[in-house]
Design a protein around this ligand. Structure first.
Ligand code: BES
Ligand code: ZN
Length: 615
């Protein structure tokens, strides 16, 4: 008798074992920034039909979501924020839904009644005029001054403010869209795009490769197109187009170099749209169509590394995607590493060395800041953003510490082995997601010997604070040259006109400006008279110069800074300037006045940050 029980027990154990083995592939890690029940039922295709209403500043229409079922769940939970939901259908029949309590960062869960065989859920909805992803520009806020403009920014969790969806990076789906707008305007998405305006104002899009919701993107405006090569081109307002094409003439060779490094480009075309200056980021890697700030159009091609960066995301991020925002470094660290490899291939080692050394400077400054604020855990590569805005994870740590970690791995195994590994990694996990723990395991099993793994100190890099002491020390002969000028000027041994600055590029100047100490307004005036920093048209140089203007109270720089703060909405420039201004009561009052004018031109991503700084 006992034996029979034993046998039954054994059979049961084997059965359970098999059951667990059976297709658990679909299970995604918990995503603390999404309400969606994607481990029960998951969206595999999204079909949008929206009208763009510039008068009311809303998008209105419907979205159809096609579902895969993993359990018998009879509810579909989606992410929404500030959306007006009018009606919901399940396979064409009206069904009940409810919106949960509103959270200021995460929004409201939308629970929809479904059956275990529901294939398509249709949601009729409208966005609110203050949808955080969307910025609506008046004609006066554009270059052409004649037509309004709209653009979206979905990363990290703002897609839910313009489309009800499963808004976590782990969920991937294909999409198609119909966008109706004014026939004087062109609509573009992170999908197949045309190159001409449609006389009926109706634009159709398809994205047949699966993407995460943070890559959903739309822009509408008076845009025109010019080709830059076989499968690349630029869209911009007509007045910006020629300059943009000139500036971005290396785009096609960047694509070709990237393919040589890590395998075929998976998205067919690579285009860039140069947006109005209020775009809150430098660039956003929307698939097939990078969104870019016009502040990279410097007139000397010195800021094109940003395009290499967004292009590199076509592999690291868009193909192999961070599973949650805690794994953000897998997107950005890999991308900075890859970006530098593209830059080295096209512009040579000395150029790449300058970028890398500047990157280390930025990383050290960020680490010091975070340490002073007691935010040590935010200096880890693997982040704990649970319950927080994923925006908090957007620091140089993910980007630069991530890159220096990969560079460390490269230096230990050699470039050839590392490249073979990376190529295979992108191939094996294309259109999938990756998390930190699985990446570390993959690295240990597919690349490193145990001795190599021990030499790298993976644990310290990924799960520990600060910069591990085995980090490579970036070297740049070009920037070493600048050290002499810095030392001479800092010690008052050289006047501005006595420094040897022949052959200085934007990056030499950035290094120079970042190395200055013992400044006062007389020395600022000396520099300004010789090098005209206040009048510079280079946004990166301008930002570093204005930081000194604030710290030295160099008032001749303030009118140009005021104009810059009003014209440019790129948060990376605004944050350090407003932060410095907020330190002294007089400057803070000045900043508040400027901000009272500037704010209406900023995207929510920027004004939410600046509101906090100026409180
Ligand atoms: N994907 C990021 C921008 C982003 C990250 C937006 C997280 C929202 C949340 C983009 O690829 C990026 O990193 N942009 C940088 C430029 C880059 C050269 C470092 C930027 O905007 O400055
Ligand atoms: Zn990036």
């Amino acid at each position: 008798m006992k034996k029979i029980y034993m046998l039954a027990f054994l059979v049961l154990i084997i059965f359970w074992g098999c059951k667990e083995d059976k297709n658990t592939d679909y299970i995604l890690s918990k995503d603390h920034h999404s309400y969606a029940n994607f481990n029960d039922v998951r969206v595999n295709h999204l079909s949008l039909d929206l009208t763009v209403d510039f008068n009311q500043q809303i998008l209105k229409g419907k979205v159809d979501l096609t579902l895969d079922h993993f359990t018998d769940a009879t509810v579909l939970i989606l992410d929404t924020r500030k959306l007006v939901i009018n009606k919901v259908l399940a396979d064409g029949k009206e069904t009940s839904f409810s919106l949960g309590e509103e959270h200021t960062i995460f929004g409201q869960p939308l629970s929809i009644t479904i059956s275990k065989s529901t294939q398509v859920v249709s949601i009729y909805y409208a966005t609110s005029p203050d949808a955080d992803a969307l910025q609506w520009l008046t004609p006066e806020q554009t270059l052409g001054k004649k037509h309004p403009f709209l653009f979206s920014q979905s990363q990290a969790i703002l897609a839910r403010t313009w489309i009800p969806c499963q808004d976590g990076p782990g969920v991937k789906f294909t999409y198609d869209a119909t966008i109706k707008t004014d026939p004087h305007l062109m609509a573009l998405m992170s999908a197949t795009n045309g190159t001409q305006k449609q006389s009926d104002g109706i634009y159709k899009f398809t994205m047949k490769q699966p993407i995460s919701s943070y890559l959903l993107a739309l822009t509408v405006g008076d845009l025109s197109f010019a080709s830059t090569g076989r499968n690349s081109g630029v869209y911009a307002e007509p007045a910006m187009l020629e300059k943009s094409v000139w500036e971005l003439n290396t785009m096609q060779s960047m694509i070709d170099s990237a393919e040589q490094l890590y395998g075929p480009y998976a998205w067919e075309r690579y285009d860039v749209v140069v947006l109005p200056p209020s775009f809150p980021f430098g660039g956003m890697e929307n698939p097939r169509l990078t969104f870019a700030t016009p502040t990279i159009i410097a007139g000397d091609r010195s800021l094109v590394a940003l395009i290499a960066h967004e292009l590199a995301h076509s592999w690291s991020g868009n193909l192999v995607t961070n599973e949650t925002w805690n794994d953000f470094w897998l997107n950005e660290g890999f991308t900075v590493y890859f970006e530098q490899r593209i830059m080295e291939k096209i512009f040579g080692k000395p150029y790449e060395e300058m970028l890398t050394k500047l990157g280390m400077g930025e990383l050290k400054a960020t680490l010091q800041e975070l340490e002073e604020e007691g935010k040590l855990a935010d200096t880890h590569l693997y982040l704990d953003l649970d319950g927080r805005d994923p925006d908090d994870g957007l620091t140089d740590v993910a980007y630069e510490k991530g890159r220096f970690f990969l560079q460390k791995v490269e230096s230990v195994v050699g470039r050839n082995r590392f490249d073979v590994f990376l190529k295979k990694y992108f191939e094996e996990f294309r259109f999938k997601t990756m998390n930190t723990e699985r990446f570390v395991t993959y690295l240990k099993t597919h690349l490193l010997t145990s001795k190599e793994a021990a030499d790298i100190h993976i644990q310290a890099w990924v799960y520990g604070p600060g910069l591990p002491d085995n980090a490579l020390i970036p070297y740049s002969q070009e920037l070493d040259r600048v050290e002499e000028a810095i030392a001479g000027f800092n010690n008052n041994q050289l006047a501005a006109s006595e420094m040897n600055t022949t052959g200085y590029t934007t990056h030499h100047w950035l290094y120079f400006l970042r190395g200055l100490k013992n400044l006062d307004s007389t020395k600022m005036a000396d520099l300004d008279e010789v090098y005209h920093f206040t009048e510079t048209g280079n946004s990166e140089v301008a930002c570093d110069w204005y930081k000194h203007c604030i710290e030295q109270n160099y008032t001749p720089g303030f009118p140009a800074m005021r104009e810059f703060l009003i014209r440019v909405g790129r948060r990376k420039f605004l944050t350090p300037l407003y932060t410095r201004l907020a330190k002294e009561p007089v400057h803070k009052a000045w900043a508040k006045e400027v901000y009272s004018v500037a704010k209406k031109g900023y995207h929510s991503v920027s004004y939410n940050t600046i509101d906090q700084i100026l409180n």
